[in-house]
Design a protein around this ligand. Structure first.
Ligand code: O7M
Length: 242
């Protein structure tokens, strides 16, 4: 099912929007600066983005964001979850440091998420809202509200959502709500999900951490995952044509 773009982008796509090509986002949860940069340089040609969050930024300092930005599109995973004013301050710092996108929780509500989107707009950046997470605990509270959070993401003009590769059927359900917003899905590899299932269910890209940065050959592991994404997309297109 295709959706007209204008219906779902109340905020225009920023110039520096994440390009969906390989369908691979590296979750760089590496706490040693030199190793973090080494991993990124090895896999950068295969990546649509590098996701960096608290483990790396707390260990290396916020300057790591700017360093990574020389190699790839940097998506700051601060899972922003505060009152609107604090959210704005966090987002501003992430973008000033070199991020092109930021991940925000949706659960604090409309005003909080809208504040992140508004701040991102000032920096030409993108916002990805977390809907349902990939771990089992997400079934305790989040899953029951995921559809509402996906609707909220669309309504406030977020550019994408995070949905769980560990539950491809949930990716499919959330895709039906968000239309052409980007969906990026964590949980592939170490958490048991697969690239092909997530992509077939409607994800644009997968987020992969340990299976890449703990691999003895991260470049080869990235190439393998990118091929799996490519195959899943081709199969999805041929299924659509039937
Ligand atoms: O591949 P892994 O399991 O080593 O890493 C997965 C990464 O995705 C890691 O950085 C997690 O913090 C993140 N993540 C999840 O695993 N599940 C979620 O539901 C959401 C995220 C995430 O990136 O949120 C934005």
């Amino acid at each position: 099912m295709r959706f007209p773009k204008t219906l779902f982008y109340p905020h225009p796509m920023p110039h520096g929007a994440m390009k969906i090509e390989s369908g691979l986002v590296l979750a760089l949860d590496v706490t040693e600066r030199s190793r973090a940069l080494e991993v990124v340089r090895k896999v950068a040609p295969r990546l649509d983005a590098v996701k960096v969050g608290y483990p790396t930024v707390l260990a290396c300092g916020a300057s790591i964001i700017g360093e990574l930005a020389r190699e790839a599109y940097v998506l700051c995973d601060f899972k922003v979850a505060d009152i609107p004013n604090t959210n704005r301050l966090i987002a501003a710092e992430a973008f000033k440091a070199g991020a092109k996108g930021i991940i925000s929780h949706a659960f604090p509500g409309r005003d909080s998420l809208a504040a992140v989107v508004e701040e991102a707009g000032k920096h030409g950046g993108e916002v990805f809202a977390v809907t349902e997470m990939s771990h089992p605990g997400a079934l305790d509270f989040m899953a029951g509200k995921a559809e509402d959070m996906a609707r909220l993401a669309r309504q406030v003009g977020a550019h994408g959502i995070i949905a769980p590769a560990t539950r491809p059927e949930r990716v499919r359900a959330l895709r039906a709500i968000v239309g052409e917003l980007k969906i990026i899905s964590p949980g592939v590899g170490a958490q048991g999900g697969t690239a092909s299932a997530a992509i077939s269910a409607g994800a644009d890209a997968i987020i992969v951490g340990r299976s890449l940065y703990e691999s003895p050959d991260p470049a080869e592991a990235a190439a393998r995952l990118a091929s799996e994404v490519h195959r899943a997309r081709k199969n999805a297109v041929s299924e659509e044509g039937k």
